[in-house]
Design a protein around this ligand. Structure first.
Ligand code: ARG
Length: 466
């Protein structure tokens, strides 16, 4: 079709048919990769400077390119940039606009680079910042939990195994369990950031370039650790995205467990916490309802992050080297996971700051289910030198008797006690309090208020909480 404008100003030279709109839509990533504009512009400016330093681009062209790119950044920020689906992605949208604004010099920017190394660079730059933001959110949640732990080092609730009452624990201890998990989440994200902080730019399409470029300069200017050492790897792997999705999935799973506990704890059956009005919702049919929708949504939205991980693993699995357009599918799951995790963390922090703890309900619940049975067995072992198995058996008999009488271990009458074993006395029975139970578990990492307080102090120092 001679005389007609090329289908695509960037690569349209040898094509003659306008792609059908659906194909165009499928091919385009601009609707979501436009959020890479800052990274794209930053990468282009550094690339242009490197080309000029190496004598590949004139100083004058470099300056025009830089000015033009900065003006485009402002346009995008002001919302006046004319995004075009025909131009596929953020890279070509910006380059085309640069041509409009500065003329032919714009065409020199793409020397010694390709969209393949460009997009990989943009994404690594983007992920670096995204991780920093998420780590901050993780830390804010940790701070809230540590404060809660400080307030509730002595608050007693039933510790569960198999969702059955097991032993009394302190709420501070329970909250600090999540602080530990979140710390490892931060570690995984920071590891991802460190390993991913290498620069693909200059790998060009896949094989490197014949131009005398300075990849170390580019990498340094962009704050990367160094240039990636293999151009095929640089343009074709997305393991840094996978690592992020894996780390985000684990963090999300931790959050979903906390969310689930909030759902359980706010139910009538538990009644351990009350959600503030702003975080609970009513039912359109049942006037009495107060639903923990927000916690449920945190629990539910984590599914998107896990889906993103499996989805992208599947995209990359068995993909031959080097770049293939399948890799464009990396962005939506990445962006969605980062957005979702961030949102879930911020909302969870808000919830944890505003829930009301019903300490009395927790305490009453902790007294159900003979939760001090292990304490009694421990006393028999420690003070009367019984073998633990024997002590376990004796206490088991006492539990049976208490159940038969529908009473607690400490209210089984003295004659019934004695009939089970002479070591079971009212004096020993009186020691079976919840407070004594948690206080006794003072081993390193245990639930005793003293140990919780000690851990709280460590966390306060570590997280710079005053
Ligand atoms: N939008 C593309 C992506 O996200 C950029 C790279 C395109 N490269 C290509 N050879 N078609 O992967």
């Amino acid at each position: 079709m001679a005389g007609r404008d090329p289908v695509n100003p960037m690569w349209g030279g040898r094509f003659c048919q306008e792609p059908d709109t659906l194909i165009q839509e499928m091919n385009a990533s601009i609707s979501y990769d436009q959020r890479l504009y800052r990274q794209d512009i930053r990468g282009s400016i550094v690339h242009a400077r490197m080309l000029a330093r190496q004598g590949i681009l004139s100083e004058e062209d470099m300056k025009a390119i830089e000015q033009g790119l900065l003006a485009i950044e402002q346009e995008i920020e002001a919302g006046t940039f004319p995004f075009a689906t025909e131009l596929e992605d953020i890279h070509m949208n910006i380059e085309a606009r640069l041509t409009d604004t500065i003329g032919p010099a714009a065409g020199r920017l793409h020397t010694a680079r390709s969209r393949n190394d460009q997009v990989a660079t943009d994404l690594r730059l983007w992920l670096r910042d995204a991780i920093d933001g998420i780590v901050e959110c993780l830390e804010a949640l940790q701070v809230t939990l540590v404060r809660g732990a400080a307030d509730h080092a002595e608050t007693i609730l039933p510790g569960l195994t198999h969702l059955q009452n097991a032993q009394p624990v302190t709420l501070g201890h329970h909250l600090l369990a999540y602080v530990e998990m979140l710390e490892r989440d931060k570690g995984r994200l920071n590891d991802t950031r460190r390993r991913g902080n290498m620069c693909p730019l200059g790998a060009a399409a896949l094989a490197g370039t014949s131009f005398p470029i300075d990849r170390a300069f580019t990498a340094g200017e962009l704050g990367f650790e160094g240039p990636m050492a293999n151009s095929l790897d640089a343009v074709s792997d997305r393991d840094f995205v996978l690592e992020f999705l894996a780390a985000a999935s684990i963090a999300g799973v931790h959050l979903s467990r906390l969310a689930e506990e909030l759902v359980l704890w706010s139910s009538q059956q538990f009644g351990f916490i009350t959600l503030p009005d702003a975080l609970a919702t009513g039912s359109s049919i049942m006037p009495q309802k107060r639903n923990p929708d927000v916690a449920e949504l945190i629990r539910g939205k984590v599914g998107r992050i896990l889906g993103g991980l499996v989805g992208l693993l599947t995209v990359i699995k068995a993909l031959p080297l080097a770049y293939a357009k399948d890799l464009q599918e990396d962005k939506e799951p990445l962006f969605d996971a980062a957005d979702t995790l961030r949102m879930a963390l911020i909302v969870m922090t808000d919830i944890m700051q505003h829930i009301t703890i019903n300490s009395e309900a927790m305490r009453i619940a902790a007294g159900h289910g003979h939760t001090t049975a292990t304490d009694l067995a421990d006393i028999l072992v420690q003070e009367h030198n019984l073998a633990f198995r024997e002590a376990h058996h004796i206490v088991g008999e006492l539990v049976k008797e208490a159940d038969r009488r529908d009473c607690s271990l400490d209210t089984v009458p003295p004659d019934a006690l004695e009939a089970i074993h002479p070591l079971l006395t009212p004096a020993i029975q009186r020691r079976l309090t919840l407070e004594a139970s948690v206080k006794s578990r003072s081993s390193f990492g245990g639930t005793a208020p003293n140990e919780v307080q000690r851990q709280v102090e460590l966390w306060k120092t570590r997280l710079h909480i005053s």
